[in-house]
Design a binder for this molecule. Sequence first.
Ligand SMILES: NC(=O)c1ccc[n+]([C@@H]2O[C@H](COP(=O)([O-])OP(=O)(O)OC[C@H]3O[C@@H](n4cnc5c(N)ncnc54)[C@H](O)[C@@H]3O)[C@@H](O)[C@H]2O)c1
Ligand SMILES: O=C(O)CC[C@@H](O)C(=O)O
Length: 540
Amino acid sequence: MATETIERATKTINVFIADPLSEDGIQPLRLETELDLNVIIDTGLSPEQLKEKIADVEVLLVRSQTTVTREIIECAKKLKLIGRAGVGVDNIDLAAATEHGIIVVNAPDGNTNSAAEHTIAMMTSLARHIPQAFNTLKNGKWDRKSYVGVELKNKTLGVVGFGRIGAEVAYRAKGSRMNVMAYDPFLSEERATELGVTKATVEEICTQADFITVHTPLLPETRNLINKEKFAMMKDGVRIINCARGGIINEDDLYDAILEGKVAGAALDVFIEEPATDHKLLTLPQVIATPHLGASTVEAQESVAVDVSNDIIKFFKTGTVTNPVNMPSIPKEKLAEVEPFFALAEKLGKFLIQVSEGTVKELNISYAGEVANYDVRPLTANTIKGLLSTNHGTHVNDVNARYLAERVGIQINEHKTTTAKGFTNLVTVEVKTETETHVVAGTLLNGLGARIVKVEGFVVDVIPQGHLLYIKNTDKPGAIGRVATKLAEKDINIATMQVGRNEIGGSAVMMLVVDNEVTEEDLLYVSQLENIDEVKSITL
Ligand SMILES: NC(=O)c1ccc[n+]([C@@H]2O[C@H](COP(=O)([O-])OP(=O)(O)OC[C@H]3O[C@@H](n4cnc5c(N)ncnc54)[C@H](O)[C@@H]3O)[C@@H](O)[C@H]2O)c1
Ligand SMILES: O=C(O)CC[C@@H](O)C(=O)O
């Protein structure tokens, strides 16, 4: 990790900004002095132009206009990070990014307030026909009869999706003296009571609400969440607001529901296809709309660009980020607890892949002692990194490690136990291939660093570094001496040697740290010795 960070910090990092971002917001990038950041702003490109221009960039920064497809990701050979200055990442192919080990970060907090204010503005405009009335007046007509509205006071607002924006909308709606019902799979009764909203199902919201606003992400489960069946349940004259994502409300079904008179009006900031300049919903007088302006305020744009810029800098300086989308988000203090184990975990994985024959089927990691109290997901990722390093080299990283392992059918199991049998911490890793099982365990010794302390049940004490020889033998006099002599004949110097056995005359292991790499020919030479059962060369 340290060398990688230094390498990252010394070479030029091309940051390509493909959508308009606040200039004040990207100041952290401009003012950064430790990293050599080359900021390139080129917006409004076609996918073909973008593919060409990002071939050499390390960072791609977008808002919602640019769709970052698999094809684009595959053209950007040096890409390490995609930054989304905003919340929704539905314009980024996350699976492709993860597969290529590219971290995706977003800025989830910076535009919450603006999006909530926009939703309230849309709801109020809808209730009082403000855009339609303004349009008529602009056209020279003083029409007061056509635009009689409804009050918000005492009406019921149904909020579907009660995350950051949904909750802020509810808070403001209560200020307008509305009754608020909310549905979110993660909304508890306690939080609903605390915020003064009624926890409800989507169906309850549909049957009881006068206004319905959606604030979920666009996911397979939320696509068409509000559809024909849901409209049929609604009160006549219901009003619908969507400032989240096009597609959460089925656009055809909404169109029909408006024509049928079920829905009195709809306020839309987002559409399935954007830009949506020629949309059938826009032909209806009951529909008011804005061109995806929920986050378009000076404050939100500055805030999201600052957040994402800071994460880019953090990533290239420390290898960690604050708002990851496709890797576990772990607070700094929690990460600090497990960081000392990173190298050990990776070495254990690396050790095992070099002693195992056949296709790996299962990886079982046991965290014992104090380490069991920590968030061990990054340790598992590091173990997998080590395990896959022989096949994937540097392509495997924290972002794609688990994905790559699962893709090749490796089943990963983590187990935690507080008892570590004589150690403060013990990480035991077992690998099962089609034909074999191998186990290695390691610990961090206070002030002394990482040690391998068990190999296949034999107790050893080895610094996991450099060139090792792992020898299985039968515990008979002379075995150790013969190995040492043969290695000397091949000019291989033994730095340290550990032997382990379970019983006199039974099977035993030797773990040798040697000064130079051992060739296949040397291995064969040693393996032919009397009482030597297996010899493996390992480089950690
Ligand atoms: N119009 C804009 O410019 C604009 C600006 C910001 C955000 N957004 C969009 O607004 C939406 C909400 O953003 P946020 O910051 O509040 O996100 P969030 O992650 O804080 O909240 C989303 C909530 O939706 C809930 N959810 C997920 N599946 C659900 C389901 N099936 N039914 C009900 N709830 C479900 C989640 O549990 C979560 O609480 C996102 O789609 C985001 O992209 C739009
Ligand atoms: O980039 C924008 O202006 C829209 C952002 C918004 O849709 C979001 O999901 O954060």
